[in-house]
Design a protein around this ligand. Structure first.
Ligand code: DGJ
Length: 467
């Protein structure tokens, strides 16, 4: 029998001519109304999740398999548990933003951004239903069971033997600050290379360009900076050419470095560094066009604009030709790709290791003019779309067997432990009309929309490769 506590405050009140309603029934009623209103908003508001789901389902280029992967919201629960006394002291009066939570190494939400080893993707041990599944943000192990170390990376496809090579920064060392106000850093270890036939199972091919331990005058001396290595193949010289961002610990050298090898798995011989076209160069990438001409794209003029220019025929230098693009836009982390004759580029804002909003840019001619189409990120919720899924662009991998479909590669930087930064790989498609007004909209050309879909778990559709 339920005992009534006569001292308890009454939680019921009278309504409807004397019928008694419990307070909880009223609260639940209100919750129901709010949910109904929310549902109505989702269905009718085009910028909301409902609108996006509609767009996804209508998207002609989406493959059946991609549609089958349910979109999961990136639900952020309120902080729970106690923080460390150190972090509590630091806690500002105003509520912290999610980006601050992301950057706070003692945040109780940390497991959401950097899930622990127990959830690691292990291609050799994964259960059958998880085979070939990408889990953006989880640890990703190579075929030796070690976390993949290929940050700020890019991928090269070599037709014979039908192999993908993933090059990136090996950051498997302690993170520290060279100066009180300096950015978090890891000493240069070198550029790692991994090989794969399925883009999911990666074999470590080792450090193909080694950092320099002792020679302090060498560009690759461990106390300097080596970032964003990218490799392309030169059909004329038969050489694999690597371009990378070379800097000192204070990011004042602002140069590009070039290395060369006869084999995709190295070793690469480091040649030299320079300031391309005489300008400072920080985040950069290279792009090889269908006609074999390759281009360097780099953030310059203190990251306020990008520069683009063709490489020499041997890909070992830039030519004197250069165009300034996205002037005054302050963009970095460029990742270029091409679809049906149009060039697309994803960039990030400039906020150090902190995530920010991605933008898509498009051009009919690679040397410009480039126009900005807007944020390509779809799904999840507003905060994940505005932080590029808490990651930063690094490369876009074409999937020749699926025209219009690509893999967007991004880094979820972990500034507290850079070596534990994660990879966010997501499907990117080109198709449908761009959904943001253009800067110079004379009616033509009508750019296609670039869409990067958030998935907690996804896999490439069968038959994605060109075989
Ligand atoms: C953002 C760049 O994109 C990264 O490659 C790295 O240089 C960090 N800044 C350093 O803060």
């Amino acid at each position: 029998m339920r005992m009534r506590n006569k001292y308890r405050k009454p939680t019921t009140f009278r309504c409807n001519a004397g019928s008694r309603c419990s307070l909880s029934a009223v609260v639940w009623g209100l919750v129901g109304c709010v949910l109904m209103l929310h549902l109505y908003y989702l269905i009718h508001h085009h910028d909301g999740v409902g609108g996006e789901i509609q767009m996804r389902l209508n998207h002609p280029l989406l493959t059946r398999d991609l549609q089958e992967v349910e979109e999961e919201g990136f639900q952020i629960p309120p902080p729970k548990g106690k923080r460390s006394p150190r972090a509590a002291k630091r806690r500002p009066k105003r509520p912290t933003t999610l980006i601050e939570e992301f950057l706070d190494e003692s945040s109780p939400l940390r497991y959401l951004f950097f899930p622990d080893q127990r959830t690691a993707i292990n291609p050799l041990k994964e259960a059958e239903n998880d085979s070939l599944c990408f889990y953006p943000g989880r640890m990703w192990l190579d075929t030796n069971g070690k976390p993949i170390q290929a940050h700020g990376g890019g991928i090269l496809y070599v037709k014979r033997p039908g192999m993908y090579y993933w090059y990136g920064e090996n950051k498997d060392g302690p993170t520290y600050h060279a100066h009180k106000k300096g950015a978090a850093r890891v000493d240069i270890i070198g550029v790692s290379c991994y090989s794969s036939k399925d883009l999911w199972t990666w074999k470590n091919e080792g450090v193909v360009l080694m950092g320099e331990e002792t020679n302090e005058t060498h560009d690759l001396y461990k106390l300097n900076v080596l970032e964003r290595p990218k490799v392309i193949y030169n059909d004329k010289t038969g050489k694999y050419v690597m371009w990378m961002h070379i800097d000192d610990a204070n990011y004042t050298k602002a140069s590009v470095g070039i290395a060369i090898s006869g084999s995709p798995t190295g070793p690469f011989e480091y040649l030299y560094s320079k300031r391309p076209h005489g300008f400072d160069s920080r985040d950069m990438t290279i792009f090889k066009d269908d006609d074999g001409v390759a281009y360097l794209i780099y953030s310059s003029e203190d990251n306020s604009e990008l520069h683009i220019g063709p490489l020499t025929e041997d890909y070992l230098d830039v030519t004197p030709v250069m165009r300034r693009i996205l002037i005054g836009r302050h963009r970095e982390a460029p990742a270029i790709f091409k679809h049906q004759g149009t060039y697309y580029m994803i960039t990030s804002g400039c906020t150090g290791w902190a995530p920010n909003e991605a933008l898509t840019h498009a051009a009919d001619y690679i040397m410009g003019p480039w126009e900005t189409l807007g944020n390509p990120c779809i799904g999840g919720n507003k905060i994940v779309r505005h932080t590029t899924f808490f990651a930063q662009s690094t490369f876009v991998v074409p999937l020749p067997g699926l025209p219009g479909s690509f893999i967007f590669m991004a880094d979820r930087w972990n500034p507290a432990e850079l070596g534990d930064s994660r990879y966010v790989w997501l499907p990117l498609t080109v198709g449908g009309a761009a959904d943001q007004p253009l800067e110079y909209n004379f009616g033509f050309p009508l750019w296609s929309r670039v869409s990067i879909y958030w998935h907690q778990r996804w896999k490439l559709p069968d038959g994605w490769s060109r075989k």
